[in-house]
Ligand binder design. Structure first.
Ligand SMILES: Cc1ncc(COP(=O)(O)O)c(C=O)c1O
Length: 479
């Protein structure tokens, strides 16, 4: 309903509301109804947004009103104006980038987090959410087979989780050579060698840049994008001094995992701190059927992942994990006399680069509680199985080449030439039933199917293959 179309103004409809608890009732009911409609349509609606940002700006009303609107009218305007500009990321046939959907328990928990509006930085001050986040962190460490007692922080995403864990690593390797960056800064100190695989995610470089590490040294990768351990050894042997090595669990093109046993041994022999970027792939460790991909993972010093990818909690939730808690606290902790901080490393703010933040780990607690160990394993197995089913189905279609070994949740395909491959993605976009985006991998334009949604099962995989077949028949066939 448009705000001007019959919305009845009541006594509480003063701009900004009356200030009483009843203000919440109507707006929350409107929001709930609108959310329910959106969620009910997710599986069938066309996936791409229908409106441009300019159209949405205009529908929202571009001029700041001199006098505010009643709360219910604002929520109705918001829901009505934004809906055409929404991308159906939660569709079970959304394969763009690496984006998960939202499991119901996680969404409900997230709504409570907003209603409670806790500032989750201090353990003893907001003990309710701190306790839930602590348990979620301990359960993640357990599920992923990481060292018990590791410190866990909840960040906005894998980028900032990486940043937090790599900050711990940078400071630790510098302290080992007698330089404390918390006291002396970085200028004039020993240079930290920042070593990564050639196919690391771009956010690894970004986190390194935030941390003053400069451009990384890239070690060549094999045909699936895994770091070459022999070349890592050579690179580390060619230099000296403190080093931070970043490995990868889950390549965004191939889904491949680095050889952790080999790479960690080589890096530790050179005295390096080893961080693993496992934004989506770390969860392979939670299923007995894919855990072999992560052999040796627990030997690293720190790890980062997202709960908003494979685990399907709502944005935003990244997870930073550090084996030696004191390294994390020393890098990220702060003190202020007015804060009732424990100062013991137990406060949530000592594990991420934020003081005030929402209790974003709580939906993760809810999902883990509702799935249990078996449910998480099943989820990971379902995603992997659906990726394999999509790859097998696509490989049967004329001219379609599956380029990667489908070991986890990523499928990369190409047609005869780059232009024809790009045309496939465009036709899928136009059709709207499946969304898969282009990328460049190994000097070719590819279309990536990143299977990340908890509802993508065998039936959705079959419907996906049918949509690609339709796109090929409509003209995106090999040149
Ligand atoms: C392997 C990998 N690392 C890091 C990231 C960054 O994650 P976020 O966007 O949650 O910060 C991504 C995102 O897709 C990723 O796939």
């Amino acid at each position: 309903m448009h705000p001007d179309d019959g919305h009845e103004r009541g006594a509480d409809d003063e701009p900004g509301g009356s200030g009483g608890p009843e203000d919440y009732r109507e707006v929350l009911e409107l929001a709930r109804r609108s959310a329910a409609e959106w969620l009910a349509g997710l599986g069938e609606r066309p996936i791409p947004a229908r409106a441009t940002p300019e159209e949405v700006r205009s529908a929202l009303g571009e001029a700041l009103p001199d006098v505010g609107e009643p709360p219910a009218a604002v929520i109705e305007r918001l829901a009505g104006a934004i809906e055409p500009g929404l991308l159906a990321i939660g569709s079970p046939r959304f394969y763009g980038w690496v984006m998960g959907g939202t499991q119901p328990t996680a969404l409900a928990a997230d709504w409570l987090v907003s209603a409670w509006d806790q500032n989750a930085g201090l353990r003893d001050i907001t003990p309710g959410v701190a306790a839930a986040e602590e348990l979620a962190g301990e359960w993640i460490v357990d599920l992923l087979g990481l060292p018990s007692g590791s410190a866990v922080g909840f960040a906005t995403g894998a980028t900032m989780a990486q940043f937090a864990a790599m900050a711990a690593g940078r400071d630790e390797v510098l302290r080992r050579v007698g330089w404390d960056p918390a006291v002396s800064g970085l200028a004039g100190g020993p240079r930290v060698r920042f070593v990564v695989g050639a196919e690391r995610h771009g956010t690894v470089d970004l986190a390194g840049r935030y941390l003053g590490l400069g451009e990384p040294t890239a070690v060549p990768a094999d045909d699936q994008g895994r770091i070459r351990v022999d070349r890592l050894e050579e690179v580390l042997a060619a230099g000296e001094g403190p080093a931070l090595v970043v490995l990868q669990a889950g390549n965004i093109h191939s889904g491949a995992f680095d050889d952790f046993s080999g790479a960690v041994a080589v890096a530790h022999a050179a005295g390096a701190w080893v961080h693993v970027d496992g934004a989506f792939g770390l969860w392979a460790a939670a299923s007995p059927r894919s855990a072999h991909l992560t052999a040796g993972l627990a030997g690293a010093d720190s790890w980062s992942t997202d709960a908003h990818k494979t685990l399907n909690v709502p944005y935003d939730c990244g997870v930073a994990i550090v084996r030696e808690p004191s390294a994390m606290f020393r890098a990220l902790s702060m003190q202020a006399s007015y804060l009732q901080a424990t100062g013991t490393g137990a406060d949530p703010h000592e594990k991420v680069a934020e003081l005030s933040r929402r209790a974003r780990g709580v939906p993760t607690w809810a999902v883990l509680r509702s799935l249990g160990r078996q449910g998480v394993a099943d989820l990971v197995h379902r995603l992997t199985g659906s990726a394999r089913a999509i790859a097998d189905g696509l490989a049967e279609l004329p001219g379609v080449e599956v380029l990667n070994d489908v070991v986890f949740t990523q499928v990369c395909v190409a047609l005869g030439d780059d232009a024809t491959t790009a045309a496939l993605s465009e036709r899928l976009w136009g059709d709207g039933d499946v969304l898969a985006m282009t990328s460049r991998w190994r000097d070719r334009t590819v279309v990536r199917f990143s299977v990340s949604n908890w509802r993508t099962d065998a039936a959705q995989a079959a419907r996906t293959v049918a949509a690609v077949e339709r796109a090929l028949a409509a003209g995106a066939s090999p040149a």
